[in-house]
Design a protein around this ligand. Sequence first.
Ligand code: SAM
Length: 193
Amino acid sequence: MKRVFFKNYELLVYDSVYEPHEDSFLLAETVKVSPGIKALDMGCGCGIQAINLALQGAEVLAADINEKALENTLENAKRLGLGDKIEVRKSNLFSSLSDQKFDCIVFNPPYLPKSDLKDISIEGGLKGFELLHEFLEELPKHLANNGCCFFVQSSITNERKTKRKLKQLALSYEIAARARFFFEELIVFKVFL
Ligand SMILES: C[S@@+](CC[C@H](N)C(=O)[O-])C[C@H]1O[C@@H](n2cnc3c(N)ncnc32)[C@H](O)[C@@H]1O
């Protein structure tokens, strides 16, 4: 098990769970929400985004396809006294969320092209963007009126294709943050209905 720090809070990271990296921290630093909103952390990993949302007063549902990620998120939430703010649910994207709607949805998707690693926490499909596109297709059904979604995109996957997909789905967006790291540029999209 590893330990990472986020805003001076120590987070445990289980062995089979994604360890927060630059993408996680950039997304968390960018997301600002109002207290009391209903939020979804899609692909919660160790729970860094859920914790960031709960620290701002949101009621959070944290979803992941990996059961260990759910256990990890719950343990971190409880250690930080946020156990009553964060619920977890196993879900393949929105499959277990039926018609639930959220004021804010946050997603740091796996975005690397498929490889021999077979690691669902970093591989987003054959070319890397397929899981994100699947998520975007379902997104409008799960955003409340005036809701928004923050997600991360890497220059490793195709930014132009993402913009085209958002246009095709009639979703408005702005670039909420951009940061260059040594082998990629990370972009945080903020999407509106
Ligand atoms: C890059 S990690 C992000 C983890 C964490 N949110 C963060 O910011 O550090 C992607 C997460 O998405 C989860 N994931 C992958 N495929 C998924 C799917 N189809 N449905 C839900 N979660 C998925 C992985 O298990 C992993 O926890």
